[in-house]
Design a protein around this ligand. Structure first.
Ligand code: BTN
Length: 242
């Protein structure tokens, strides 16, 4: 069973940085850093993460005991836990969808982001969940729990998230990645959907062909099947991200 211990900060640079610092000092598995706001919140691909008070920002030190080669699977495990959390906070019929590798969307708008980092022998799982505040002036659509018809306190959202994450981590340790991959695919694009991936500054259009057994994105392009391990995905009818 996963047990989490939460250290709360009013304000911090980045909860991921603090978690890395503690991990280097030997912080145990399940150490959680939660902050009300971040002054230098970080997103994937060197983006900044909008971090005013009113949203959930937390990072978890994980020592999973699994081989390092499996650490990337945690991004999908975490996305399932965040999607469950969002659905628990929203009206009953609302469904969260997933966008590779680990965005959680409501009605096509991003409601949460996940930043996985590796620190020596630990994995840091950073999660930002928009409860009250959505960024503006960004290249994609964003939403919040409250704007999507939900009612939540930040601490309530945190407690649900840690509960769901504990359950998904236990299931992953016990049953492996295959069931995680199945559940992720059920909440993602339909197979064959037109998508576009931005890979190292290059935009690749194709049909979504699922996830490889290690979580890589499979894309059927005019030049054949591509395996994509890092990048950003947008619907096929949208301009490539800049
Ligand atoms: C993304 O780009 O989608 C990932 C965003 C991750 C943001 C969270 S907020 C808590 C943690 N601390 C950070 O600096 N980033 C992550």
């Amino acid at each position: 069973m996963h047990r989490f211990r939460v250290a709360h900060h009013k304000t911090i640079g980045s909860t991921n940085d603090e978690a890395r610092r503690l991990a280097a000092e030997g912080a145990p598995d399940g150490t959680v850093i939660h902050a009300d706001e971040q002054t230098s919140g970080r997103g994937r691909l060197s983006h900044t993460w909008f971090s005013p008070p009113g949203n959930l920002y937390l990072s978890i030190v994980l020592r999973s005991g699994q081989p390092p080669a499996r650490a990337a699977e945690l991004s999908f495990v975490t996305a399932l836990a965040v999607a469950d959390t969002v659905e628990a906070l929203l009206p009953r019929q609302t469904r969260a969808t997933l966008k590779w590798p680990n965005d959680v969307l409501i009605g096509g708008a991003k409601i949460a982001g996940i930043l996985l980092e590796h620190a020596d022998d630990a994995t840091i799982i950073g999660i930002g969940l928009n409860v009250l505040q959505a960024p503006s002036n960004i290249a994609y659509k964003a939403t919040t729990i409250v704007a999507s018809g939900g009612i939540a306190s930040v601490d309530g959202a945190r407690d649900i998230l840690l509960d769901r994450l504990g359950r998904h981590l236990d299931a992953w340790s016990r049953d492996g990645f295959a069931p995680v991959r199945e559940q992720w695919l059920q909440r993602s694009y339909p197979i064959g959907a037109a998508i576009r991936a931005n890979v190292g500054g290059q935009s690749v259009a194709g049909a979504f062909a699922g996830l490889d057994t290690d979580g890589a994105l499979l894309l059927d392009t005019s030049a054949g099947r591509r395996r994509i391990v890092a990048g950003e995905v947008v619907p096929g009818d949208q301009a490539p991200p800049v």
